[in-house]
Write a protein that binds this ligand. Structure first.
Ligand SMILES: [Zn+2]
Ligand SMILES: [Zn+2]
Length: 193
């Protein structure tokens, strides 16, 4: 049995990982399970930016992948960045194994708005499916409502659904790394937010 691993990395919202497991399973048709893998956030903290380098988190996440892991998704509360951008909601290896999402800027509280946990969970599900979609080789999609639409602002996330459009879905269903196929071995080096 192959699994999509969901790995909490310093997140106070572990109770929400169960709905995340269900969403990931239903969208990708692969069993998901929560599990811990060693990630040292202290080592990827950038003091000048007061943020955490998401590419370096990815490197740690996939350093020693469990044999039954088809994908590994890290979920964290800390604010993520890549050097060329102010922040990222998440990052993934295109056609690789690893992805990471941050709840930091998905939270209404971050924007000085009233907390809304229902909305926060929904955004977390969408961004998680989005990043995992990249690991299944999907690029950004322009189909209205598709979860693979690029999101620059949190409002953009609210405009899309938690599911893929028919074209993206067909692409994923043809993947060799889904059950019955041979898992991809190479860790794609291209990363997308
Ligand atoms: Zn699409
Ligand atoms: Zn993306």
């Amino acid at each position: 049995m192959a699994y999509i691993y969901i790995v909490p990395i310093e997140t106070s919202t572990e109770g929400w990982l169960e709905p995340l497991e269900h969403s990931v399973q239903s969208v990708f048709g692969v069993q998901a399970k929560c599990s811990r893998l060693p990630v040292d956030l202290g080592a990827v903290y950038d003091e000048t930016r007061a943020q955490y380098n998401s590419s370096e988190i990815l490197i740690q996440l996939i350093a020693d992948p469990p044999a039954d892991a088809v994908k590994i998704l890290g979920v964290t509360d800390v604010d993520l960045f890549i050097p060329i951008l102010t922040f990222v909601f998440g990052e993934a290896q295109l056609d690789g194994i690893g992805a990471v999402v941050s709840l930091h800027r998905l939270n209404n509280g971050f924007y000085g708005m009233p907390e809304d946990n229902r909305l926060l969970v929904e955004r977390m599900l969408k961004e998680s499916v989005h990043e995992l979609g990249h690991t299944f080789g999907l690029l950004h999609c322009t189909h209205p409502g598709c979860v693979l639409n690029a999101s620059t602002y949190v409002e953009d996330i609210d405009q899309k659904s938690v599911d893929m459009c028919p074209q993206c879905r067909a692409h994923v269903q043809a993947r060799p790394d889904l059950p019955g196929g041979t898992p991809t071995q190479g860790f794609g080096s291209t990363v997308l937010k």
